[in-house]
Design a protein around this ligand. Structure first.
Ligand code: ADP
Ligand code: TYD
Length: 221
């Protein structure tokens, strides 16, 4: 079981928190802030990400690096398989961790598929293909760090080799639009919180914590 938080609320029930956003939006930065906060609150957590470091995740990264070519439907299917393995694998599947009372913080989950893989195929198809995962584990909240594509590109450029700027920006804009479309489509099924990510890290982290804290308090009512 998870621990009881200092403020007396029962934080023992497990849950998944999904962090979402375009590349360079600051998800992994915010995952680190959130986990540090959970630690301070005495809530047991597990930090993870998709694509995973499983053999399926490794294959996906190979394709993303352009070292292997395949059809877009195959890539979308690999993300579906990687997610199911992330949930169910016997060694460290997150479904069992949530069941055991942990707060799992994942850098990306199925909304990433809805946003990215719907650039190349119908969003309905991608949502349908991910139904097994949503049936196994729906996030307590999907936190979308919303960043202007220009800001995201500036951040990426600081870290990595600059890419084809125009193409990359056009793609990030499409992905951002798809996120918003998916949140609208699924607003009755999914809890989504959109946070302005064009601000200093600490301010964003405070808003992320508020969104997560609300879920934890609600759970324990
Ligand atoms: P993601 O995981 O979404 O790709 P990262 O957390 O790796 O994004 O952040 C991308 C880059 O932007 C990193 O160099 C990080 O230090 C920087 N960064 C993250 N959040 C902010 C912020 N709020 N303001 C300025 N720079 C940021
Ligand atoms: P990631 O390593 O999170 O990239 P970044 O740190 O730049 O945000 O994800 C790798 C890429 O995989 C990213 O461009 C988003 C994409 N992706 C999909 O296309 N579908 C998915 O289901 C997931 C989880 C990621």
């Amino acid at each position: 079981m998870g621990k009881v938080s200092e403020n007396g609320e029962n934080a023992g029930r497990g849950r998944l928190i999904a962090l979402e956003g375009i590349d360079g939006s600051g998800k992994s930065t915010q995952a680190a802030y959130l986990c540090a906060r959970l630690e301070r609150e005495g809530i047991s957590y597990y930090r993870t990400m998709e694509p995973t470091d499983s053999p399926i995740g490794a294959l996906i990264r190979k394709i993303l690096r352009g070292e292997m070519k395949t059809d877009n439907r195959v890539i979308a299917g690999l993300f579906v398989a990687d997610r199911l393995d992330h949930l169910l694998n016997a060694a460290d599947g997150i479904a069992a961790k949530v069941e055991a009372g942990m707060t799992v913080v994942s850098d990306r989950y199925y909304f990433s598929s809805y946003a990215y893989n719907s650039v190349d195929m119908p969003m309905d198809w991608v949502i349908k293909a991910n139904e097994p995962s949503s049936e196994i584990l729906r996030p307590a909240v999907n936190v979308f760090i919303d960043v202007d594509p220009d800001v995201a590109l500036e951040r990426i450029a600081k870290n990595r080799v600059r890419q084809e700027l125009f193409e990359t920006k056009a793609r990030l804009e499409l992905v951002r639009d798809n996120y918003r479309k998916a949140f609208r489509l699924l607003e009755e099924k999914e809890r989504c919180v959109i946070i302005d990510g064009n601000r200093p890290e600490e301010e964003i982290a405070e808003n992320v914590w508020e969104a997560v804290r609300d879920c934890i308090f609600e759970d324990s009512k």
